[in-house]
Design a protein around this ligand. Structure first.
Ligand code: PDD
Length: 296
């Protein structure tokens, strides 16, 4: 597969404010509020067989993020869906990740959001999935490193302000882990740096943190919960400590970039028997079927 570089991106066509442009030539104004102030939100959807997965709940969440920040919706949902399909088609990537970013637009820098906001900036980009790396993670499981959750009080909004997340991810990588599990001041896991966090406790209940301003309401989490409910798998939405996670039978992470990816070590300590757990695999398959993903 062709390697992605900033000069030679694999996702070749980007959509920016009404135009489809070669990725390398696409850009926004230097006064864009996302660049100057981090004033923007985003969404990521998995694309399988040319189709965005869990499209409606992703667009629901995108509109919610915009509403919560008092930002304008850049275009109606039907039009946005057309643009999404056009970006997928123009990039000729059947299986990949589609990124949508909306910012409060380009306007003279001021902390106070403008009274008469300019047109929001809408960006769509796409990239191919690294299918091999994903398959390895599913087969072998991943390592997680716990890191302090130093984020703000509205983690339920999917903003492009990701500094605490990326610093945690960097620290996790330095510790040899694939994901960071963020831990709040009371010792409870909130979520992953870019995923939701799950465990299977000693009696076989699936546990994930309940929704609040402390975590992102993951779309994959939501669809997985529905799939588990249909399969009568017992789930408890509550917070859990790092100690509980270390004693868990199984652990996994979820996100649009990979549903139910098994966690086999946390801070170097083995979870369960150190291999991907059977319930994790079952939940992955249930999710994939529900989301309409074949060969997940
Ligand atoms: N991340 N929690 C955080 C902090 C996230 O950034 C994400 C998604 C999730 C999972 O949400 P979903 O199931 O809707 O993808 C949870 C995306 C993939 C990203 O930032 O690339």
């Amino acid at each position: 597969m062709q390697k992605w570089t900033a000069r030679n991106p694999v996702g070749r066509i980007a959509y920016v404010n009404g135009r489809y442009l070669p990725h390398a030539a696409a850009g926004v104004h230097i006064e864009d509020r996302a660049l100057q102030l981090g004033d923007g939100i985003y969404e990521v959807t998995n694309v399988v067989g040319g189709k965005p997965i869990d499209e409606e709940p992703h667009l629901d969440r995108m509109e919610r993020s915009l509403r919560e920040l008092g930002m304008e919706i850049p275009m109606c949902r039907a039009a946005l869906k057309v643009v999404m399909r056009e970006v997928i088609a123009r990039n000729r990537i059947a299986n990949g990740l589609l990124y949508l970013q909306v910012t409060r637009g380009a306007v003279k820098r001021d902390h106070v959001p403008p009274k008469n906001p300019p047109r929001p900036t809408l960006i769509l980009t796409m990239r191919a999935q690294d299918v091999g790396a994903f398959a390895t993670r599913m087969e072998k499981g991943i390592a997680v490193s716990t890191q302090p959750d130093i984020r703000w009080g509205r983690c339920d909004i999917k903003t492009v302000q990701l500094l605490p997340n990326l610093l945690a991810k960097q620290a996790a990588k330095q510790a040899g882990a694939f994901e960071a599990w963020l831990v709040d001041a009371d010792g409870y896991v909130t979520e992953g740096a870019s995923t939701n966090a799950w465990i299977v406790d000693g009696v076989g209940n699936v546990v994930t943190r309940d929704l609040s301003n402390a975590i992102l309401p993951g779309v994959t989490r939501k669809i997985m919960l529905e799939a588990m409910d249909e399969a009568q798998i017992k789930v408890v939405e509550r917070k859990f400590t790092v100690a509980e996670a270390l004693a868990a039978r199984e652990a996994f992470i979820s996100s649009a970039t990979g549903a139910a990816v098994p966690v086999v070590t946390i801070d170097g300590k083995t979870i369960g028997n150190g291999t991907p757990g059977p319930l994790t695999r079952r939940i992955h398959d249930l999710y994939a079927t529900k989301a309409g993903i074949k060969n997940a």
